[in-house]
Write a protein that binds this ligand. Structure first.
Ligand SMILES: *Cc1c(COP(=O)(O)O)cnc(C)c1O
Length: 412
């Protein structure tokens, strides 16, 4: 399938395998259990000698088709799907790390990932948070117990961009697993494989599904890491192609034991959304750029954070790495403006916590999604009380600009 370009590949991916009744996309298979004529076949499936389905928690034909599609989009070797993005991150790390291990993480993180990593610390997996826009800080946090480095591409809400290439090089030199959360860029804007990522996370809930009607997550193996060097693989999973040992442990041990499985109906919704990922991203990135350029000119706006603006600290890096600059930005209003009054003055833009929706959404960050982490951690992440994050949808650009314009005039 790699001979096709992005959207063509997604649209025709399911039909590369035999597909029931000539369906143009994979149907929804709701069966939880799968029966075998010959009981020996069932045993062979369990022992991994042949591919087949056994029980819905491990996989299902509809979920399998989506996993193939995500692998195609990320140009990876294999993917495992989960019920949510958090299910993917938590299960992958839990099945690969052991008590006493250490990992380095960007301190600019999705709030729930930050909370999850604090839970890892509580059960004896050590985490050091660093400013990952600078590879030197990642390097100085590595110790002899370090197993992996975790970064996001464009961090929300402040849009810091990790030093993705240099960290990839560092991980290769030090034989560390390089874990990249590609949710904010999606495989349409950026392929983490090209900077040496070992495992890639996508919250399917966001841009890939795109319509705010389904939750999902995936972990994808890129084939860049030598799993024979990794001490935490159980003997049972040291079989076949060593490039797949890690993802096999995530699937067989992690997904099976934790059970954060993706439902077949959800997999179908994600697959339908993915068909228009490129079209939606084109529009939302274009809208984001236009809105940021507009807001940066407004006297009542103190600061706009968007990798597409020339004064963004990682503007050049973003230009080099990403197809476009993304559909997320944040901004601060002047101190005398009440941000709740401003948000209530917006007509089209919805006050909501989601990201990557077709509709444009706004959220007062410090008061909501980053409230629980407290003022100190917020300050270390550069999150001011007046910061508003915008997830830009696919509405007509002029409508969005007019909405911000009239809301600003009401609070001015
Ligand atoms: C939303 C998000 C997640 C978690 O995904 P869910 O599907 O909501 O569990 C992880 N990482 C990033 C960057 C996200 O934006």
């Amino acid at each position: 399938m790699s001979k096709f370009s992005f959207t063509t590949g997604i649209l025709h991916c399911d039909r590369q395998d035999p597909i029931e009744h000539g369906s143009v996309h994979k149907p929804i298979h709701t069966a939880v259990a799968f029966g075998y004529e010959d009981a020996r076949d069932l045993a062979d499936v369990f022992q991994g000698k042949v591919f087949g389905y056994s029980y819905g928690r491990q996989s299902n034909p509809t979920v399998e088709a989506l996993q193939k599609k995500i692998s195609l989009m990320e140009q990876g070797l294999a993917s495992v799907a989960f019920g949510t993005g958090m299910g993917a991150i938590g299960t992958a790390l839990f099945s690969l790390l052991r008590s006493g291990d250490h990992f380095v993480s960007s301190s600019f993180l999705f709030g729930n990932t930050n909370s999850l990593f604090a839970s890892f610390q509580a059960i004896g997996v050590d985490v050091t948070f660093v400013d990952a826009t600078d590879v030197a800080q990642v390097e100085s946090a590595i110790n002899e117990r370090t197993k992996l480095v975790f970064v996001e591409t464009i961090a929300n809400p402040r849009t810091q961009v990790s030093d993705l290439e240099a960290i990839g090089e560092l991980c290769r030199e030090r034989a560390l697993i390089y874990f990249v959360d590609n949710t904010m860029t999606s495989p349409y804007l950026f392929l983490p494989k090209n900077v040496g990522a070992s495992l890639v996370i996508n919250s399917l809930t966001k841009c890939i599904a795109g319509h705010a009607n389904v939750l999902g997550g995936t972990v994808t193996e890129m084939g860049n890491y030598d799993w024979t060097q990794f001490p935490n693989i159980y003997d049972n999973y040291k079989k076949g192609d060593p490039r797949l040992w890690g993802i096999t442990q995530v699937r067989k041990k992690g997904l099976r034991d934790f059970g954060a499985a993706l439902a077949p109906e959800a997999a179908h919704h994600v697959a339908v959304g993915a068909e228009t990922l490129a079209l939606r991203m084109e529009r939302s990135c274009e809208n984001a750029m236009a809105l940021c350029q507009f807001l940066a000119r407004q006297p009542r706006v103190k600061k706009v954070f968007y990798p597409g603006l020339e004064d963004h600290p990682q503007h050049e890096r973003s230009r080099k790495l990403f197809r476009h600059f993304g559909g997320i930005f944040s901004f601060e209003l002047e101190d005398d403006i009440d941000l709740f009054n401003f948000m209530n003055s917006l007509d089209i833009v919805i006050a909501s916590s989601n990201l990557g929706d077709n509709r444009t959404l706004a959220i007062p960050v410090a008061h909501t999604i980053y409230y629980e982490m407290g003022p100190e951690r917020r300050a270390s992440m550069g999150i001011a009380d007046s910061l508003i994050r915008i997830s830009v949808g696919i509405e007509e650009t002029d409508d969005l600009i007019r909405d911000f314009e009239q809301a600003l005039s009401k609070v001015a």
